[in-house]
Every structure is written in C-alpha cells, then in structure tokens.
Design a protein around this ligand. Structure first.
Ligand code: KIV
Length: 271
C-alpha cells in the first residue's frame, strides 16, 4: 500500500520515506480556504502557498510585489482548511535576501502567524547561511533552483534555465549545497529533464519538479494553471485538467441572461 493512502498527516519525514520507496510526491499551490480544502480532501501531499499568489491572486506581472503580511494572510487561510497536507509557504522577495537574521525573522513570523509547517526560499549557495539559521529555529526549509521567478529581472526571460554546461554544473553544485545545509526538499523549475533527473539521483532529499521532466521525485503545478483558470499561460510543461476559465465565463454569461430576462429567481427560488 502506498504511504499516500496510509498517512494521516504528511510530514517532511513521510516525504523522505516516499522518495526511498519510489512513490511520487504530489504538490499544488493554493492561496485561499475554499480551494485549499478541495485540494487537501483530494489527497495532495504538499500544498505550496506560493508567491505566485502575486500573479494569480493579485494580478501583478511578477512575484516581486507580494509582501510578507500578504503571504501570511494567504497561508493562514490555507492552514484553516487543511487536515492532511504539508503546508509550505514561500518567503517573499525582500524578506530574506538581506541577511540570515532577516531570513530567520521572516520565517518565524510566517510560522507563528500562519501556522504553516515549512518555508521555501529561492537560490543556491548565496542563501546557505540563511537556510542554516532558519533551521536553528526548527523550521523546515524547502529550496528552489533553476528558474527562480524572484530573479526575473536578472534572467530577463522565463525561458528554460541551465541548458549550458556551466549553469548546469552550478545548479548541481548548488543542489548539493542546499542538501548539506539541511533543506528537506528542493523544487527545480524549468530545467532540462536530464539535469533534473541527475539531481534526483545524486541527492537523497526529494526533488519536486515543475517543467523539469518525469525523472524527479514529485511534481508541482500552480493550481490556477492546472484547472485552467488562467488561459493565456501555455508553457509546454503545463497539463490542464479543466478549462475553468471557459466554464465560469459561460456560467456567468448564463446568469446575466437569466437576471436580465427575469428568469432568475423563479417561484421556487424566493421566500
Ligand atoms: O510560487 C510558486 O507557485 C512556486 C511554484 C512555481 C513552484 O514557487
């Protein structure tokens, strides 16, 4: 029987066992109570309260504007909904890059005020000290390498990362550094599948991919993309399971018609 069905609560320890047993880890983003409840009841292993909330919830072009307090607002809504999943919260841009003390302060604030279980931050060797300091407070840390959207103005594009040998080697080195620093898992975003598979083979901690192929230990997608609420974003790695943009638009269209035609409410829909 899979651990997926056995466990009452997913912990970092459970994820480690899943990697050892070769059971793939499922992860999705969620940012609010109602959606988190559905995702948790469906049996997802990890819910990521991603800073992609900046894009899909707030309509910003990048993940940079979202604040620590806004992340805490989203995370605490998710925490109130879940019974089983492990909840990981992104440390937002500007809340950890200054120094390790600032990183620790931000991680503690998230944990204390939201009730989440772990934090995620972007970067390699440059955030090693911060990861180690956060861990001293007993807060589990997930790393994030490859396409790291908080650095979009450095990269210039959202194209696939680490296609060249030098960047690929640096990514593998960074992955080892993050594991040695104590990260319980890593997200690898939009890198060649072979490179991600190499990382998953070399590292003992779970590697969760997004646009990183099937050779890793688990997959993550942004919820709004996966259910088709966003319809303009069409990267090759995205599998849409629903087309909610079209479905909701046509439901709203029908509602407008019903209101204007006085079909709604009918005799049974009133007191
Ligand atoms: O913020 C987010 O949604 C993420 C995922 C893309 C991994 O970091």
């Amino acid at each position: 029987m899979s651990i997926h069905k056995e466990v009452k609560r997913v912990t970092t320890h459970v994820l480690q066992e899943m990697k050892l047993r070769g059971e793939k880890i499922s992860m999705l983003t969620a940012y609010d109570y109602t959606m988190a409840k559905i995702v948790d009841h469906a049996g997802i292993d990890i819910i990521l309260v991603g800073d992609s909330a900046s894009n899909v919830m707030a309509g910003h072009e990048t993940t940079l504007p979202i604040t620590l307090d806004q992340m805490i607002y989203h995370a605490s809504s998710v925490v109130r909904a879940i019974e089983r999943s492990l909840i990981v919260v992104d440390l937002p841009f500007g809340s950890y890059q200054g120094n390790s003390k600032e990183a620790l302060y931000s991680a503690i604030k998230i944990m204390k005020e939201s009730g989440a279980h772990a934090v995620k931050l972007e970067g390699g060797r440059e955030v090693k000290e911060s990861i180690e300091r956060i861990l001293t407070a007993g807060i589990p840390v997930m790393g994030h390498l490859g396409l790291t959207p908080q650095s979009i103005y450095k990269f210039g594009t959202y194209n696939v990362r680490a296609k060249e040998e030098e960047e690929a080697k640096r990514l593998i080195d960074d992955a080892h550094i993050l594991e040695e620093s104590g990260c319980f898992a890593l997200v690898l975003e939009k890198i060649p599948a072979k490179l991600a598979e190499q990382a998953a083979k070399e590292l003992t901690i779970p590697i969760i991919g997004i646009g990183a192929g099937g050779g890793v230990d688990g997959q993550v997608l942004v919820f709004h993309d996966m259910v088709g609420l966003t319809h303009e974003f069409n990267p090759r790695f995205l599998r849409r399971y629903l087309n909610l943009y079209d479905d909701i638009k046509s439901a709203v269209g029908q509602y407008i018609i019903d209101v204007k035609s006085k079909d709604f409410p009918n005799a049974n829909e009133q007191y």
